[in-house]
Design a protein. Sequence first.
Length: 205
Amino acid sequence: MLFAGTHTSAMTLEWAMSNLLNHPHVLKKARDELDAQVGQQHLVDEQDISNLHYLQNIISETLRLYPAAPLLVPHYSSDDCTIGGYDVPRDTIVLVNAWTMHRDPNLWDDAESFKPERFESGESEAQKLMPFGLGRRACPGSGLAQRVVGLTLGSLIQCFEWERVNGQEVDMTEGKGLTMPKALPLEATCKARPIMSAVLSEANT
């Protein structure tokens, strides 16, 4: 459980940072939100996350395009049922392809594009998102994952100025594996923002 939680969260952060570096205007908007809601005097905390709506939208959009478990966890049908017009007998292993559903143009407008703003409409879009599965057998660590990713991503944006290496666009090719890693690990340059002085001073007191 520990490996599953840390590995998938780290991978989601890598995809999120890759998307932000390829969309500087989104990164700037997220940084502006953090500066307005949290400021430069203290590090973003768990109680701040609920006020950082755009940051949450970025995480949702990252999970939509790059779910940590693209096929979700296998399920076992407890009774005969019909799924998408297909008859599924009892005791059948069912795999849900969240990756395909999240990129279905019939469900999502401009499905292949990274647009955190799509979640500003509220519940209508969020109900189609299922990176952790749905119902009673959804991932029990989803709440923890959202907090860990939100706090870490918020801290990275708040504390550092990020840029692409040599100005080249980050390669978004997907690698092989059950958790869909990046084919090429993310490389980026960063520079500390003024808040780091306050954070380090607070840590030393």
